[in-house]
Design a protein around this ligand. Structure first.
Ligand code: 5GP
Ligand code: ZN
Length: 167
């Protein structure tokens, strides 16, 4: 690899690292929305949360709920605040359902880049779904050909049950 190539790879790696750094709330786009520094279409706002329309909706009505405090994802937020957010998430989901009458509403949260998280401020997606809409999960090619072996499921269940639920 030539020096120029190497330095461009290094620069890319650096930019990826900086995007996923947890405590960079000054550069966080959702903190900017909370502070009113960039425009957003707010649905509701209270002392702990804001709900607003997603700027690149995967379906019409796709919106987001975020805590006002900067937390990266479910791995670094205390359960008390999360419980309060859950209530607002349910309310937002019901509002979307009542306002738009879709066939269903998907709630999703990506925790970490491997799960598809691109904005590193915790956010819950609320996505109205209708049959034939262009959004969906991608499943492996032989998905559901065979059920998982019971011993594997039991082993995984114990492994997860014995793991810490703490941050
Ligand atoms: P993630 O992939 O991290 O789960 O989702 C991030 C979401 O934030 C995406 O759906 C994306 O469209 C949305 N988003 C990114 N930047 C902005 C923005 O500046 N304003 C709004 N309203 N949504 C944004
Ligand atoms: Zn933030």
């Amino acid at each position: 690899m030539r020096l120029a190539q190497a330095s461009s790879v290094a620069a890319n790696l650096l930019s990826l690292t900086s995007v996923s750094t947890p405590d960079m709330s000054d550069d966080c786009i959702f903190c900017k929305i909370v502070k009113g520094e960039i425009p957003s279409s707010v649905i509701f706002e209270d002392e702990i949360s804001v709900a607003f329309m997603d700027i690149f909706p995967v379906t019409k009505g796709h919106c987001l709920l975020i805590p006002k405090e900067h937390h990266v994802n479910l791995f670094d937020i205390d359960l008390e605040l999360l419980a309060q957010l859950s209530k607002r998430l349910a309310e937002l989901t019901r509002r979307v359902n009542n306002a738009l009458g879709p066939e269903g509403v998907l709630n999703a949260v990506a925790n970490g880049p491997g799960a598809g998280q691109e904005v590193f401020h915790l956010h819950f997606h609320v996505i109205p779904r209708n049959s034939g809409d262009p959004f969906g999960f991608k499943f492996p090619p032989n998905y559901r050909d065979e059920m998982a072996p019971r011993d594997e499921l039991d082993n995984l269940a114990s492994l997860i049950s014995e793991a810490s639920p703490a941050m």
